[in-house]
Design a protein around this ligand. Structure first.
Ligand code: FES
Length: 90
């Protein structure tokens, strides 16, 4: 399986049902894509519809079998990009 970074962009309009896009994952994805490009980190990004941690989103995961990132904000992107670089090398 090709290494990639999953980004949940599921949106639920009902505020009683949390979702990653309602917490800003689409904007985070845009900034992540920009920063990966700027830093020449070539990892495939796949948007997905829920990885099962809706209460602690926005959620990302390195695949296959990689680290989860929860409650992601733009402040955490540098850490995620560093983890992605290491993941790609291993
Ligand atoms: S909505 Fe993103 S993990 Fe469920």
């Amino acid at each position: 399986m090709k290494k990639k970074l999953l980004v949940c962009t599921n949106y639920r309009a009902n505020p009683n049902q949390p979702s990653c896009a309602a917490r800003g994952s689409k904007e985070i994805l845009a900034e992540l894509t920009r920063q990966l490009h700027t830093k020449n980190v070539s990892i495939e990004i796949e948007e997905i519809q829920c990885i099962g941690f809706c209460n602690v989103g926005p959620n990302l995961r390195l695949m296959p079998d990689g680290e989860f990132f929860h409650a992601v904000s733009n402040k955490k992107l540098l850490k995620i990009i560093k983890a992605a670089k290491i993941f790609l090398k291993n």
